[in-house]
Design a protein around this ligand. Structure first.
Ligand code: ASP
Length: 332
């Protein structure tokens, strides 16, 4: 490629990064101004981290990793530090990543000592012949790849511990409840704090990634959709990059992310419609949640069937847009 042709490509490919930090029944009046501000700040930092990579001509994969690690490192989200507890008082983390250029993918499930599960998922994709590693083996692989390992207590936060105690008291499998700790929880306080990102780089390549602690009070090695390629994460340059959050079992049963990508690719369904159809299917099964999607032209959608979804977008100009409740969706 000549320098000029390369410049043309660079000038024409729009960079985009979309993130989510979980969807659920967050009530505006139960989210304090301080807490809302804290969420917005971390989401903006996540967007800026990814944008710095995309603006410098870096890959969508690296942008997704950068955006997700910021949220994994924050105690606010149900991923990495601050993830939810299992019934046995453990924290078992799941993550996946996919490269839309070649449909390479990597994932880990049930890791307990890898500081940033999204990095482990990427290492599986880039440096193994496998797609999905679980448990101790996945942690061992991550350590052998030189990734940071931590004592499991690193992931602990008091409010997640309190959530677990409430869930056990109610004998309930809880989705992530993340209203202010002082607020009494009801079934309508459900929120999913999984994090995810989709990105488009200057070379026209898409990528998607998702990271989560799963469900509070989960048992028996339960794994949701987040580390399942085609359910919680999917990317294909020929269609879209997708990351999901919600009731994982229904997202697995509907092959949600892959289904959306294939609707767009095979039937030319507009992305927002493809997401809405999938969410309707999930709702019919009793599930709920949200999805973010992005195509190789920069068209995107962020849709959810809950009262709120933590989400954000950044494009060429580097201005970070973040939103939580539906009425602001038009602005992003
Ligand atoms: N989808 C995740 C799971 O089922 C949970 C979430 O999105 O909050 O593990």
């Amino acid at each position: 490629m000549t320098a000029n042709a390369h410049e043309t490509l660079i000038n024409s490919a729009p960079i985009r990064l979309l993130i989510h930090g979980g969807a659920g029944a967050v009530q505006r009046d139960k989210l304090s101004a301080e807490r809302e501000q804290a969420y917005r700040l971390v989401m903006a930092q996540s967007l800026m981290a990814g944008h710095a990579i995309l603006a410098a001509g870096g890959s969508s994969i690296q942008a997704v990793i950068a955006a997700i690690t910021v949220m994994e490192d924050s105690p606010l989200f149900n991923a990495g530090h601050g993830a939810v507890f299992t019934h046995n008082g453990r924290i078992e983390l799941d993550a996946s990543i996919m490269d839309g250029a070649n449909r390479m993918a990597g994932a880990v499930a049930g890791v307990t000592t890898t500081r940033n599960p999204i990095l482990a998922a990427h290492a599986v994709m880039a440096r193994s012949n496998y797609v999905l590693l679980i448990g101790e083996g996945a942690d061992q692989f991550a350590a052998e790849q030189g990734l940071n390992t931590v004592d499991p207590s690193y992931f602990h936060t008091q409010h997640r511990w309190d959530q677990l105690q409430r869930a056990i008291a109610r004998n309930q499998l809880m989705l992530d409840h993340d209203t202010d700790a002082a607020t009494p929880l009801t079934a309508s306080d459900e929120k999913h704090g999984t994090v995810g990102a989709v990105a488009l780089d200057r070379h026209g390549n898409l990528a998607a990634g998702t990271s989560t602690g799963g469900l509070t009070n989960k048992r028996f090695g339960r794994v949701g959709d987040s580390p399942i390629i085609g359910a919680g994460t999917y990317a294909d340059n020929r269609s879209v990059a997708v990351s999901a959050t919600g009731t994982g079992e229904m997202f697995i049963r509907t092959c949600a992310a892959f289904h959306i990508a294939e609707q767009v690719r095979m039937k030319k369904t507009p992305l927002p419609h493809a997401i809405d159809q999938t969410l309707a299917d999930i709702a019919a099964m009793g599930g709920e949640g949200g999805l973010i999607g992005l195509d190789a032209h920069g068209h995107f959608a962020m849709r959810f069937n809950t009262s709120a979804m933590f989400r954000g977008l950044i494009a060429e100009d580097g201005i970070a847009y973040v939103a939580i409740f539906p009425e602001t969706e038009a602005s992003i």
